[in-house]
Ligand binder design. Structure first.
Ligand SMILES: NC(=O)c1ncn([C@@H]2O[C@H](COP(=O)(O)O)[C@@H](O)[C@H]2O)c1NC=O
Length: 523
């Protein structure tokens, strides 16, 4: 700046002249009438001006300001010094005010712009040329210019903010604080727009589909949480607008905590893995029960029976609407969160009897295809483990020991194989009749996970159960523990240098063992 700001104008700053150029014409006529009614002169582009004119409101075409025709199919309309000087002049600076007078440029106090629908055009399946044409150039230039010059100009980027304009008109203009907030929204808006354009260019458009050279996200804070993982850590939730857990509707209960979100995400992931009605109960991101059933209530009862002690204070996810029967079962146990795609009639009312339970409706439990995890200085991105490899279905398994499993045993093995991937590695899951009965999770060696799973199942339930291991057994010691506990069939990826020892242990006990050729680590 050549000159330092002198005497600030009194706030709020009156609105005298507005530049209006909008793709989305929602609410435009009413806004134009209200601006005109408050004595604000309107300058506008092509079809925006036509709509304003047809509403009987006087409007100056931008061409009359620039002295230059809109051209190149609208690629050049407002990209002109007479427009941008009018937006960018800092009214606090005498020198800027003087220069505008010399150049015979009138300043704008308000810029109302919304942009060409680039993202919607891409998702509509338009051609590349059509997508490129929908990259707005003049709009973001005006928005950024007005946002930069917020001490002098108010900028509005969405019809949702037109009521704020009306309130400002009634109150003598926007205050500096309001203009700052509008500018912050405007820069977030153009940043998100540019991220969408840059991602498309770096990926789809240039053919780098799998791992584009650029990745960016535009996240908006949806809430400041009471605290983070621990009370001395502050935390907030940011959303990307794609729905999911972060966009779930809370029907009842206290505000979600940081740990509630982490556990609920794990619960959704676990319950969503099964086609049949399924319930997962999660504590500290690990399942303490997963089950399928003919009904969602049956699935819940079975999942709860796995480890009723740990289920106290748990997070429950169901992959079907919660029935009243399931709600009655849940209401008997202290539960932090319940999440489901929906709730049948009366279920929410039953659950609400518990003051502290958080009830979430999350219509689409499907998880995003990519998983992101922050590491210091970067972000790891991977395709989500969807349990859809050929080795994830029994037809793709190899029998390496014992008799082929009968239908029920095979169904239990298939369930255990899907369920074990929701357990943190090293993971061993014992199952019986479509329900987990003992889970060994998060141990730093597999033999301890086997011990834990058997211990949690107890002697009775371990005997005759089936077992799944998320990765191969490096030694025969782990499977031996399962075999000694009476497990009748085991499914595991195979592929260890010592597979032969593991298979020999199963053979010696007459235990059926299948290898899948795929593994499902979850760290
Ligand atoms: N090129 C320009 O000078 C230019 N100036 C404004 N726009 C956009 O044109 C649209 C409005 O045009 P119209 O009033 O003709 O419907 C707005 O979305 C605005 O962001 C432009 N278009 C694209 O870049």
């Amino acid at each position: 700046m050549s000159t330092s700001p002198s005497s600030p104008r009194p706030l709020p700053r009156p609105l005298r002249r507005a530049l209006v150029s909008v793709y989305d014409k929602t609410g435009l006529e009413d806004l134009a009438r209200d601006l005109h009614g408050a004595g604000v002169a309107i300058v506008s582009t092509g079809s925006t001006a036509k709509v304003i004119e047809s509403a009987g409101v006087p409007v100056t075409p931008v061409e009359d300001v620039t002295g230059f025709p809109e051209c190149l199919d609208g690629r050049v309309k407002t990209l002109h010094p007479r427009v941008h000087a009018g937006i960018l002049a800092d009214s606090r600076l005498d020198d800027h005010v003087r220069q505008l007078e010399e150049l015979e440029v009138e300043p704008f106090d308000l810029v109302v712009v919304n942009l060409y629908p680039f993202s919607a055009t891409v998702t509509s399946g338009a051609t590349d040329d059509e997508c490129v044409e929908q990259i707005d150039i003049g709009g973001p230039s005006m928005v950024r210019a007005a946002a930069k010059n917020h001490p002098s100009v108010a900028v509005v980027v969405s019809p949702q903010a037109y009521d704020d304009v009306r309130a400002a008109l009634a109150g003598g203009g926007f205050t500096l604080e309001q203009r700052k907030a509008l500018a912050a929204s405007a820069f977030a808006h153009t940043a998100a727009y540019d991220v969408a354009v840059a991602r498309w260019f770096a990926g789809e458009y240039t053919g780098e589909q799998e791992w584009p050279r650029f990745d960016g996200s535009a996240l908006e804070r949806s809430s400041v949480l009471r605290y983070g993982e621990n009370p001395h850590q502050s935390a907030a939730l940011y959303v990307d607008g794609t729905g999911g857990l972060a966009g779930a509707e809370q029907l009842h209960g206290k505000e979600m905590s940081y740990n509630n979100y982490v556990d609920t995400d794990a619960a959704i992931r676990a319950a969503h893995d099964h086609d049949a009605p399924s319930v997962a109960i999660i504590k500290h991101a690990n399942p303490c029960g997963i089950a399928v059933g003919d009904s969602i209530a049956e699935a819940h009862a079975r999942a709860h029976a796995c480890d009723p002690v740990s289920a106290f204070g748990g997070v429950i996810a169901a992959n079907r609407p919660v029935s009243r029967t399931m709600a009655e079962q849940v209401a008997d146990v202290f539960t932090e969160v319940i999440v489901a795609p929906d709730y049948e009639s009366g279920a929410v009312e039953v659950l609400q009897a518990k003051k502290n339970i958080r009830i979430l409706r999350c219509p689409d439990l499907a998880q995003a295809p990519l998983e992101r995890r922050a590491v210091s200085g970067g972000l790891l991105v991977q395709r989500r483990d969807l349990v859809d490899a050929p080795g994830d279905a029994p037809q793709g398994w190899t029998l390496v020991s014992g008799e082929p499993a009968d239908g029920d045993t095979l169904a239990d093995l298939a369930f255990a194989w899907r369920a074990v991937r929701a357990v943190k590695s090293n993971a061993i899951l014992l199952a019986s009749a479509g329900a987990s009965v003992g889970i060994g999770m998060g141990q730093v060696n597999r033999v301890d996970s086997c011990r834990l799973a058997v211990e949690r199942a107890g002697t009775e339930r371990a005997r005759g159960a089936v077992a799944a291991s998320d990765a191969f057994f490096p030694f025969a010691d782990g499977p031996q523990i399962l075999i000694d506990a009476g497990v009748r069939a085991i499914v595991q990826p195979g592929g260890s240098m010592r597979d032969e020892e593991t298979i020999a242990a199963a053979e010696a006990a007459g235990v059926t063992m299948y290898t899948t050729g795929t593994r499902h680590f979850a760290h």
